[in-house]
Ligand binder design. Sequence first.
Ligand code: SAM
Length: 200
Amino acid sequence: MNLEQVRQAYGSVAQRYIELFGTSAQVHADDLAFIGRHLSGRAGPVLDLGCGPGHLTDHLRASGVEATGIDIVPEFIAHAWAAHPGGRYRLGSMAELDDADHSVTGILAWGSLIHLPPPDLDAVLVEFRRVVAPGGRLVTALFVGEEVVAFDHKVLTAYRWPLDEFSRRLVRAGFTEVERLQRPGEGDRRPHAAVAAAPA
Ligand SMILES: C[S@@+](CC[C@H](N)C(=O)[O-])C[C@H]1O[C@@H](n2cnc3c(N)ncnc32)[C@H](O)[C@@H]1O
């Protein structure tokens, strides 16, 4: 993955992205419930990786979670600091975390793995597995399709995954799937899935 490409692509549309997607009121109720089921009430640090505007980090914090949002786009982190005073946000890449081994109890990667070229996915999942403590949870959202295929996402090329293939990648990285949620495409909404996984 070319981080600079991601930074520039999201940086150039950050304001528009924030308007369209930057509050948890804009997130589907089933998705919020899914995230809550797996991450709310969790003791210990939780990382929201690729947090974008930071609304889901704040949503977790409001439910008592010690959440930190991390993104590579400075415009998003600046917005998150301003919109959610007291929240923890920092610039950084999910592909190379500063955090110690087994030091976090949860990871949310909501839509942030979608731009990873398929050969790069495993290394990022292994990095997630490195920092998650036993009994922790990974929660992620992705676009689904019949095969692994690139498509023209509005911001930057993204990839669809067959859910079973994505789940196999999780297993390869040392996770076990514990729950999946799927929503079919409708109008201009693409088929979507959320997956929760635990360290194997
Ligand atoms: C589709 S947006 C999702 C943002 C947010 N999670 C949400 O639900 O609205 C993808 C996000 O992942 C971030 N991202 C992509 N690659 C990243 C990386 N290597 N490290 C940190 N953030 C990354 C992008 O900057 C962008 O904010």
